[in-house]
Design a protein around this ligand. Structure first.
Ligand SMILES: *[C@@H]1O[C@H](CO)[C@@H](O)[C@H](O)[C@H]1NC(C)=O
Ligand SMILES: *[C@@H]1O[C@H](CO)[C@@H](O)[C@H](O)[C@H]1NC(C)=O
Ligand SMILES: [Zn+2]
Length: 510
């Protein structure tokens, strides 16, 4: 096969210069020296091979969501491919069988094994454990994909394919970083462990239990956990993620009877369940977005001065953000307020009403039983069980004031706590330095407004430092049609992980 022209160091420098001119946000990276120079050259030279491996992985339809035997077989094949790859690196690999998943209707499907792998056990080196997942969301061409979702297609430096950014690309970038050290016969600067699962998109079935079980064994020597399963806030500027919001999801049922009524026959003499429910839902939050449940803000962490500065430093073009979201005006007018209300303050959203008559047309029904759905995004240091108590108490108070004859039941069906890391942990410092080396800029220090329970799970069970080091750009479209990862992100991301390993070793030896 002809060797494609490499993007050599001069080309990277040129690219960086172009970026500098375009937006003035980058300074030129220091030319790498020592072991890094060779590593970066090697990665640039082999980038087409790396893209080819991603093509092979994307070609496997490892959809964990649709309960179809053929797809489950594909998922198992994906796990075997990854295990083989790690074995090739010389890792000792264990595939932990998690039994099977019973589905409604009596069907049962095998749960893909979790891969636990280990490479290097030098007691003088830090041990970094990488978490990733190899399953994907469903995707069909008819959903609106411009290309076959399972055939990686490059257009203008964008590699389109299901799983390209979530999460196969980042997992492979990490593996390429490791294999580059080996190809160059450079010793690995850190001990490595891998935990790769195949059920993330389906709620990480059985994973928490496995982490608990392996706490004193597989995870015993682990110092740091790295996850690369989210996105940057921007198209060009890298980010480090140090927190996610939690979620408390509530159902509030108001019931008169199971059957519906006719409004001509009963309208005027009933306590209508829907009227009760709408009043309940309408009492939760005011039109400024302020949650009206007493006590709910009591344990929200106060805002220190130095935290304010971190929001000022983040690149976000508010006008562009408004127009790309097709929103005329947000609840807040400044970048800082918007970021804080996405990341460090709670929010309450109303999601829907079950049992409501939601077809087009003018049917004169009075629903006999309705269920409202809303959830609260939780932030440090809110406590899930405290929030549950406050919500139930408040809704009971509001409901009792209505003196309705209906029955109201409130239940919390999801309770995920928020996650917040210490950004002064050594691995955050190492990642910042690595980002500076590869991209010539400091990262955006970001949080994620949604809930990614895996980080909190690792932190709670293992009590270790967890970091999210994303590779993908903001427009990668994880879970949506035309998911992609940019070739640039994928290849520079491989360099980033390699530089990160070296920085970790440096910090350890200081
Ligand atoms: C919502 O509540 C907050 C806190 O009490 C208050 O500052 C704000 O003015 C209220 N907004 C409206 C529109 O009433
Ligand atoms: C949350 O609050 C409950 C009391 O409502 C308390 O028992 C529990 O220990 C708290 N949990 C944490 C993590 O603070
Ligand atoms: Zn993912």
């Amino acid at each position: 096969m002809p060797i494609p022209p490499p993007l050599n160091f001069q080309a990277s420098a040129l690219l960086a210069l172009l970026l500098l001119l375009d937006g003035n946000m980058f300074s030129l990276p220091e030319p790498p020296s020592g072991p890094l120079e060779k590593i970066f050259q090697y990665i640039d030279l082999h980038q087409d091979e790396f893209v080819q491996t991603l093509r092979e992985w994307v070609a496997v339809e490892s959809d964990s969501i649709q309960p179809v035997p053929r797809l489950r077989q594909e998922l198992l094949r994906m796990m075997t491919m990854a295990a083989d790859r790690l074995q090739h690196l010389g890792a000792s690999v264990q595939c932990v069988d998690l039994g099977s998943q019973e589905l409604p209707g009596g069907q049962s499907l095998p749960i893909p094994p979790v891969i636990l792998a280990e490479l290097g056990t030098d007691p003088k080196k830090p041990t970094v454990c990488f978490y990733g997942h190899l399953d994907v969301q469903p995707a069909k061409r008819e959903d609106g994909w411009h290309t076959d979702p399972y055939s990686l297609t490059e257009v203008d430096g964008k590699l389109y394919g299901r799983g390209a950014t979530d999460n196969k690309g980042p997992v492979l970038a990490y593996i390429h970083a490791v294999s580059t050290f080996q190809a160059l016969e450079q010793g690995l600067p850190v001990n490595l462990k891998f935990i790769l699962e195949g059920m993330e998109e389906a709620g990480s079935v059985a994973l928490e239990e496995l982490i608990r079980r392996e706490k004193e064994r597989f995870f015993a020597g682990v110092n740091y956990i790295v996850i690369s399963d989210n996105l940057w806030l921007s198209g060009r500027k890298p980010a480090l993620t140090y927190g996610t919001r939690g979620n408390a999801y509530f159902l509030v049922e108001v019931k008169c009877r199971d059957q519906d009524f006719h409004s001509g026959t009963f309208g005027g003499i009933l306590h209508e369940p829907m009227a009760d429910l709408v009043a309940l839902l309408g009492s939760l939050v005011n039109s400024s977005g302020h949650i009206l449940i007493p006590g709910i803000y009591d344990s929200v962490a106060p805002l220190p001065e130095d935290e304010k500065a971190t929001y000022e430093a983040i690149e976000l073009d508010l006008e562009e953000y408004c127009s790309s979201s097709q929103v005329e005006r947000f609840l807040f007018d400044t970048k800082e307020e918007i970021l804080m209300h996405l990341w460090r303050y709670p929010s309450l959203s109303i999601h829907g009403i079950e049992g409501a008559f939601d077809e087009p047309g003018a049917k004169t029904v009075i629903p006999g039983r309705v269920v409202g759905k809303f959830s609260i995004r939780l932030v440090p240091h809110m406590n899930v069980s405290m929030v549950e108590k406050q919500v139930k108490q408040y809704l009971e108070d509001v409901f009792s004031k209505r003196k309705s004859s209906n029955r109201m039941t409130v239940s919390m069906v999801v309770g995920l706590p928020p996650w917040l890391a210490n950004v002064n942990d050594p691995q955050y410092l190492a990642a910042k330095r690595a980002i500076r080396t590869v991209f010539g800029t400091d990262p955006d220090m970001i949080r994620d407004g949604s809930s990614i329970p895996i980080a909190r799970t690792f932190q709670d069970i293992l009590q270790k430092s967890v970091m999210m080091l994303p590779l993908g750009a903001v427009d990668d479209g994880e879970h949506s049609q035309n998911e992609k990862i940019n070739r640039w992100n994928y290849i520079e991301g491989s360099k980033l992980f390699a530089a990160f390993f070296l920085e970790m070793a440096k910090l350890q030896s200081q």
